[in-house]
Design a protein around this ligand. Structure first.
Ligand code: FES
Length: 189
């Protein structure tokens, strides 16, 4: 069975693969929980917490890793994308998208006025009914058919830019309001 055969023509996982996906999702939650103390430490400034903002030190993330941070009760995903993931996002015909956005549209400039397309920051909430997508890099079942994120609740597939490509979700994964406050630290909210 090829990787793409693990989804039927509607983008739904096969029964056997759904079990695998559910297991992967559980594992992802576990990994997120493990990362939580680090996340808390990174966002510990009391004044920014009070204002509903968090600071994230991007220098803690390496290529191929994804960080999950809790912000206003929602997960924020920060993925350090590989060049292949960036190239895949740029190669998409934007006019063909349900929620047309270029990859560049999904970033804010850093303090030098440059967009760093390696570091993608998104709210990790599916725009269908609010499940948390999985996106374990290197595992096709956890990244969906387009190499980004997959929502196992009803089978929405997001690409490496977090744009909806298949399934019932109407919109791309949202980009939160954020700014760079130094070369390596962003403030979300
Ligand atoms: S909540 Fe994600 S596909 Fe329905």
């Amino acid at each position: 069975m090829s990787d793409t055969d693990k989804f039927d023509e509607n983008g739904e996982p096969t029964r056997r693969d759904f079990i695998y996906i559910a297991t992967a999702a559980t594992a992802a939650v576990g990994a997120g929980a493990f990362a939580w103390p680090l996340v808390t430490q990174m966002s510990a400034a009391a004044d920014t917490r009070a204002a509903g903002s968090i600071e994230i030190d991007l220098s803690k993330i390496s290529e191929g890793q994804q960080l999950k941070v809790l912000w206003r009760g929602k997960p924020v995903f920060v993925r350090f994308r590989t060049q292949a993931e960036i190239d895949a996002a740029d190669a998409v015909d934007v006019a063909s998208l349900r929620d047309p956005q270029t990859d560049d549209d999904r970033f804010v400039p850093n303090t030098s006025g440059v967009i760093d397309k390696r570091l993608l920051v998104m709210v990790g909430v599916c725009t269908h009914f609010g499940c948390i997508p999985v996106g374990e890099q290197g595992k096709i079942d956890a990244q969906g058919k387009f190499g980004g994120w997959y929502c196992p609740c009803h089978g929405s597939h997001y690409d490496t830019s977090g744009r909806i490509r298949q399934g019932p979700a109407p919109l791309n994964l949202p980009i939160p309001e954020y700014t760079y406050i130094s070369d390596t630290v962003i403030k979300v909210g």
